[in-house]
Design a protein around this ligand. Structure first.
Ligand code: CA2
Length: 148
């Protein structure tokens, strides 16, 4: 049994309500419910947190230090900007998977840089809401086996 933390960055609270052609029609509440059930079926607990504020995400990562075994992270736009979030993850030394709904590699130049890809266990991108489910499957394999 492991404790998982699902972290979502800025604007993902609007999921399902804007740009469905890019990000799909499921809401963030749908994603959180679905992942909670998937985690429970695998014998894990999952807590979810979303914020538009960088410092709140950093605080939540700090709080996770002693209680969370694995983080599932969609940093949203902070993917391409946040050294501070990167440093927080390095400081707590909690393994994490980077998640993206869209295939960022096929999008604008400014989305080609990630401050997380090189320190993540791995990245799942381009599968819509299924990116989250695939990331949880990968996290479970990391937690229960030596390699994903
Ligand atoms: O594809 C992803 O998951 C992203 O992390 C989404 C970010 C974007 O900045 C990244 O480059 C890729 C944007 C999240 C915005 O969330 C919205 C959700 C619904 C409607 C509008 C925005």
């Amino acid at each position: 049994m492991a404790n998982l933390l699902l972290l979502n960055g800025p604007n993902l609270g609007l999921l399902g309500r804007r740009e469905p052609e890019v990000y799909g029609t499921a809401t963030l509440a749908d994603v959180e419910t679905r992942l909670g059930k998937q985690a429970a079926a695998l014998g894990h607990t999952l807590e979810a947190f979303q914020s538009n504020a960088e410092h709140e995400l950093i605080e939540r990562i700090h709080t996770a230090r002693d209680s969370v075994d694995f983080i599932l992270l969609n940093p949203a736009a902070f993917t391409h900007t946040s050294v501070a979030l990167r440093d927080a993850l390095l400081a707590v030394e909690i393994p994490f998977v980077e998640i993206h709904l869209s295939n960022v590699a096929s999008r604008e130049d400014f989305r080609q840089r990630s401050f997380f890809a090189d320190i993540a266990v791995g990245t799942v991108a381009g599968f819509g809401v299924a990116s989250y489910e695939l990331a949880l499957t990968a996290a479970d394999r990391c937690l229960t086996r030596a390699t994903p």
